[in-house]
Write a protein that binds this ligand. Structure first.
Ligand code: SIN
Length: 182
């Protein structure tokens, strides 16, 4: 078996990394991680909001028995260190590296130890739960260096639909955001 240093590096995206990985990868495969739920509970002051007026982006919370669909990428080996440095920079607004197994089916793993970026409640930008209409209003009002916050929500909703993934939280928020934009 290959040692950890020479094993392929897989990254699992469940937010913007689903539709905009922006790093060289050898292949990608849809999959899911188990024991987590996805929530728009992380504040963004560097991508979809600004300091003092944060937007909302997704993070993962521990949730035994639940699963989160997303996209797994096998990083181009020659670019491994550059990709890690760029991802650490991109996710620096409160996310830290974790590891998870990515599954294609319950008995078949895409990757045993994929890297995922998770923003835990102890980070300075964490916002936590709020009613969906309040989150939607915050999203529609927010914009940051990476663009409007509503674009992030709708792009994630579209990407998950393309994957055939059901995520009630994302779907409900996207419906509220669309209604506010009308
Ligand atoms: C991810 O996409 O996996 C992390 C959260 C984000 O950057 O939106």
């Amino acid at each position: 078996m290959a040692s950890r240093d020479t094993a392929p590096l897989w990254v699992f995206g469940y937010g913007s990394l689903v539709w905009r990985p922006a790093f060289p990868h050898r292949r990608r495969e849809a999959g899911y991680v188990v024991g987590w739920k996805r929530r728009f509970w992380q504040g963004s002051t560097d991508h979809r909001g600004v300091p003092g007026a944060p937007g909302r982006v997704v993070t993962l919370l521990r949730a035994p028995g639940e699963r989160v669909a997303g996209m797994a990428y096998e990083v181009e080996p020659a670019a491994r260190e550059r990709v890690l440095a760029n991802l650490d920079h991109r996710e620096q607004g409160g996310y830290a590296r974790h590891e998870a197994t990515v599954y294609r089916t319950p008995n078949d793993a895409v990757a045993e130890r994929a890297l995922i970026y998770v923003a835990t409640p102890d980070n300075a930008n964490y916002l936590g739960p709020a009613p969906v209409d309040a989150i939607a209003r915050q999203v529609v009002a927010s914009r940051g260096p990476s663009g409007p916050n509503d674009e992030y929500v709708l792009a994630l909703d579209d990407a998950l639909r393309d994957l055939g993934a059901d995520d009630d939280h994302v779907r409900e928020l996207a419906a509220h955001v669309r209604a506010l934009r009308r």
